[in-house]
Design a protein around this ligand. Structure first.
Ligand SMILES: [Fe+2]
Length: 310
């Protein structure tokens, strides 16, 4: 069965200061798409009208946004348990969406018919006649890749997400015995089309919340000069630069001023619907991770869920 979605469109966070969030995200590698008194929309260099929304409010996470594979699926999604009707989107790019609430009371937005925007100029890597070889400045975010979501009721949530989004299991992590699952990476099913290692990582946590949101940058170099730029601006670094052996993912993790973790990410490993599912004893595959061990606050991170506000 092919997935209802082909990937992510955005995350919607909540924060008490949109100006501070904008400054963090500009240093992280995004550009302003639109801002008013209540909402901040940020874009990347790609053709999506926005990749990140912040609503004015207490710090938290409001929703994950997914791109429907085809606009005709809006009708089908609207019939699923917990779904709202089809609504027009009042945001840059317009379009339509259906909202569904998951078993933790967390909202998902299934998006369709958003207008594309012109892409931003690629970075020039040819040295000019009077140039020099120092690339400095913010990384360039291309697209949103995935989220990680901590939850106490892991088995039920894995089942719910797999059914609702039509995902395929990529890798599952267990401790001790095989039934002691602590997390599962799931990917989009687009048949032979190549997709990322995961669009969501569901992991066991003491309380439900977003562990992190991940943004793909233009090239691996972005992760390095982005690190330099974020450090110069005194942003809160959590973990990295490193590489996860699973999915060959090069990463660097940053905390927003409101305790929401954002990942700079790039990977050259791709999957299709035939790629094998593996269950992996933790310590085995993960021990091949490059970089320092994750700090305590990385492991325990869970940005609290904020209810949808109209
Ligand atoms: Fe990630």
């Amino acid at each position: 069965m092919t997935s209802a979605i082909q990937g992510m469109t955005h995350v919607r966070l909540s924060a008490p200061d949109l100006g501070r969030m904008q400054a963090f995200l500009e240093d992280f590698g995004m550009a302003l798409a639109h801002r008013d008194e209540k909402r901040l929309y940020m874009r990347g260099v790609g053709d999506s009208p926005f990749l990140h929304v912040t609503e004015l409010g207490e710090p938290g996470v409001v929703s994950f946004g997914y791109q429907l594979r085809d606009p005709s699926l809006l009708d089908e999604v609207a019939k699923l348990p917990g779904a709202q009707g089809i609504e027009s989107i009042d945001a840059p790019g317009g379009g339509k969406r259906v909202r569904i609430v998951d078993p933790n009371g967390f909202t998902l937005e299934f998006m369709a018919e958003q207008e594309r925007v012109p892409t931003l100029q690629p970075r020039v890597v040819v040295r000019g006649a009077d140039g020099e070889s120092r690339v400095l400045g913010a990384a360039r975010v291309v697209r949103i890749a995935h989220t990680a979501y901590a939850t106490p009721n892991l088995a039920d949530m894995i089942d719910w997400y797999q059914r609702t989004l039509g995902l395929l299991p990529t890798d599952e992590l267990f401790v001790g015995s095989r039934d002691n699952v602590i997390g599962r990476f799931s990917r989009v099913d687009l048949g032979d089309e190549l997709v990322d290692h995961h669009v969501i990582f569901l992991l066991r946590g003491a309380r439900a919340g977003m562990h992190h949101v991940s943004y793909q940058v233009e090239g691996v170099d972005d992760i390095f000069f982005g690190f330099d730029h974020m450090t110069r601006q005194s942003h809160d670094h959590v973990r990295g630069i490193g590489r996860h052996a699973l999915g060959s993912q090069i990463f660097n993790y940053w905390m927003s001023p409101f305790e929401q973790m954002h990942e700079h990410w790039i990977s050259h490993e791709k999957m299709n619907a035939q790629s094998r599912f593996n269950d992996i004893q933790i310590g085995e595959g993960m021990s091949y991770d490059t970089g320092e061990r994750p700090p305590e606050r990385f492991v325990k991170q869970a940005t609290p869920i904020v209810a949808w506000r109209n």
